[in-house]
Design a protein around this ligand. Structure first.
Ligand SMILES: [Ca+2]
Length: 198
């Protein structure tokens, strides 16, 4: 547990550090470009804001210091607070590429897979386009969901086996925690999100 005194000291040290940095950046910028640097920490919340800021300090020749990254880290608890206080609406786009080695749910054959995707009340059911007798289906499709943070439920992906006579069976299911990603400064700062395997 942090005591109130510790917390106050930490915040004071932090704001002093940010202040010093602003002064240093400004004097460097005035020397090199004749113009001051505009540094608004709340603008570093977003990728776009960070890129703009990085671009604006490019002429200073200090790119290797990764100042933006450090500032975003330093600022991350404030960012978190801001994100938690405000409701953010966004579109979550899920790209589904392919599956391989799907377990068979049919006697003497491969499964007939299709996808079922759910986020809150929004559901996609692709039963109509199941793939007959296919253990390694390609999907290559994207699905959009409306999401609100904080409070967004997990995105649930199910791979189902189509079966007209005996009823459909689940082949596998996985759930993606969107809040974990949304509130992670590290994850937000990845430009090219990696392909995930599940
Ligand atoms: Ca089947």
């Amino acid at each position: 547990m942090q005591s109130e005194g510790d917390k106050k000291e930490y915040l004071e040290r932090k704001s002093q550090l940010i202040h010093d940095l602003k002064v240093k950046l400004n004097s460097l910028s005035l020397k090199k470009t004749g113009k001051p640097v505009e540094l608004k920490l709340e603008k570093l919340d977003t990728m776009e804001g960070r890129q703009k800021f990085e671009h604006s300090i490019e002429p200073l020749g200090i790119g290797h210091l990764q100042i933006t990254k450090h500032l975003a880290n330093l600022e991350s608890d404030e960012t978190l607070k801001r994100l938690l206080m405000a409701e953010t609406k966004c579109i979550v786009r899920l790209y589904v590429l392919s599956a391989y080695d799907l377990a068979s749910r049919d006697n003497g054959g491969f499964s007939d897979p299709y996808l079922k995707l759910t986020l809150g009340s929004k559901k996609y059911d692709e039963r109509d386009i199941y793939q007959l007798d296919e253990p390694n289906p390609s999907f290559n499709k994207y699905y959009d969901f409306e999401a609100r943070f904080p409070g967004c439920p997990p995105l649930v992906m199910e791979v189902m086996d189509f079966d007209d006579i005996f009823g459909d069976d689940a082949i596998g299911t996985t759930s993606i925690d969107l809040e974990d990603r949304f509130f992670s400064v590290d994850w937000q700062s990845i430009k090219q999100k990696p392909i995930e395997y599940r």
